[in-house]
Design a protein around this ligand. Structure first.
Ligand code: KIV
Length: 260
């Protein structure tokens, strides 16, 4: 089982692996396979079919984090702090403390760079382990009018490097870098001493994270460029359900071996 210390030490070694999970069943399948499991607020889209992550509440995140913690006992688990739950230090501390008190998650994740460093510091100085999240930040989708790839020019790359340094200084033990040009992500990773976990940020980060339903082919509506599909999950499931329906309709199921 990974710890904050071993995750920090992994920088520059074999890349860290992270997968999302939202329920106990899949968490138990993933358990022990990746270094970390993220209970991402992406569940609002992939599990709830909402247009963005913004309506995921803390109660929802705690419910799903509990399910994941019950299913995955051997893996370091991170709970995403949802939109609106870390607007200042006091609110963040109250809400992140709920995550620690009501679930067995090992850490929380917070979106934001320099402007949120004081919030990360309020948590880390109160014994809450924090993963930062910079670059394309899905919780800003409405205020920024869409999902925008970052690090496309020198000015933005320098801003992201400053963000990463501020998040590190505030005590985060790792940072997710999402939707950033590969060269910029490489420079950010080189500029700090904690591991960077990339998603849509090229191959030079210290680890990678993918949303499970994207990588296993269960979310068909849209496939971002950065996703590699390791399974055609929805096709496999649809075919199996078709087969079941046919078996029932033709009385092939239940057969003798399924009958008392
Ligand atoms: O919510 C999520 O799944 C995330 C990942 C995309 C990093 O934040």
């Amino acid at each position: 089982m990974r710890t904050v210390t071993s995750i920090k030490k992994a920088k520059g070694e074999t890349p860290l692996t992270v997968i999302t999970a939202y329920d106990s069943l899949f968490a138990s399948i993933f358990d022990g396979k990746t270094d970390m499991i993220l209970v991402g607020d992406s569940l609002n889209m992939s599990f709830n079919n909402k247009p963005d992550t913004l309506s995921a509440s803390l109660d929802i995140m705690i419910y799903h984090t509990n399910a994941v913690c019950h299913g995955a006992k051997k893996t370091f688990i991170i709970c995403d702090m949802p939109f609106g739950t870390y607007t200042d230090e006091t609110i963040a501390l109250k809400n992140a403390s709920r995550v620690y008190q009501e679930t067995d998650a090992h850490a929380v994740k917070i979106e934001g760079g320099t402007e949120r460093a004081h919030i990360i510091k309020a948590l880390t100085t109160n014994s809450i382990a924090v993963v930062g999240h910079i670059g394309l930040m899905p919780q800003f989708v409405r205020s920024e009018g869409g999902y925008k790839i970052r690090g496309k020019n020198e000015e933005d790359t320098l801003r992201l490097i400053e963000d990463a340094k501020a998040v590190e200084k505030a005590g985060a033990f790792a940072i997710v870098i999402e939707g950033v040009k590969a060269d910029a992500a490489k420079r950010i990773s080189q500029a700090i001493s904690i591991p960077t976990i990339g998603i849509g940020a090229g191959s030079d980060t210290d680890g990678q994270v993918l949303v499970w339903s994207d990588m296993l082919g269960f979310f068909d509506e849209f496939q971002p460029k950065f996703v590699k599909k390791y399974l055609n999950g929805s096709d496999i499931v649809k075919n199996a359900v078709d087969e079941y329906v046919e078996d029932v309709q033709t009385r092939k199921f239940p057969a003798k071996e399924h009958t008392y």
